[in-house]
Ligand binder design. Sequence first.
Ligand SMILES: [Zn+2]
Length: 305
Amino acid sequence: MNKLFVFSLCLFIIGAASLCALATHITVHNASQKLVVVATTSMIADAVAIIGAEHIHIEALMGPGVDPHLYRAKESDVHRISQADVVLYNGLHLEGRMASILETIGGIALANVLEKDEILASDFDDVFDPHVWHSVPLWRNMVACIRDVLVQRDPIHAKYYIDNAAAYDAQLEALHYYILEAIKKISEKQRILVTAHDAFGYFGKTYGFHVVGLQGMSTDAQISVQDVRQLVDYIVNNKISAMFLESSIPERNVQAVRDAVAARGWHIAIGPELYSDALGDVSSPAGTYIGMMKCNVDSLVQALS
Ligand SMILES: [Zn+2]
């Protein structure tokens, strides 16, 4: 190992300790075994698999189409979590019904690496928008945290993780420019994103869309008659032409809005399905984070341009 690499490695480990020192127990891993990582969402698992590749074993608790707001840990999940070397989760209360177990076992909330002014507030005190992955620049920071955790827990393979993370980060940067280029096809006036729940706030802020959701930031909240009426008013008054389905939300919520809009003499198209809180099937184009983001943007361009 040359001196420069040893020096940068030390910096990385020190950085990892400060940036991601959120776990209550630090165990440095035995080189002969694979590091066992459990991730809550498929977005996190995808990044871990790319950076850790052959030196880790990754398990995602929530598969395609699973709603993380409503997900409760099964008995088998508790067993997997207890056997893991590292548990990674989104945080900001995305995994609301698993929060206590994730905190108790010393899991690492990736959103904790974000600066306070990068996190979007909600209408409620001390409740924040957890859907950070829809902003590629912010997601890159969370992916960097994944790299730091792997380096910290398995320092023997540090260079491997750092190199993989650098290559992946270049792909994420390219994805960001892909999105910026694609949305040029949608006029500024048409950049209004009406969805079943408020999952696209970070996307809207990063890419210049006005975002309106029927339900709040968590699907755990009940939809009231008032919520439907307000959204219908907004759609009719602003002559909105399309509303989007989400892969992890029941279609009936959106259909109720469409019917109410029709009763007011306006027609709204139900646009393609967006991937809000989970990746698509592993074998589908939306089965990776990059593929999922491209599918969403392509759907927006198709429906709004
Ligand atoms: Zn959500």
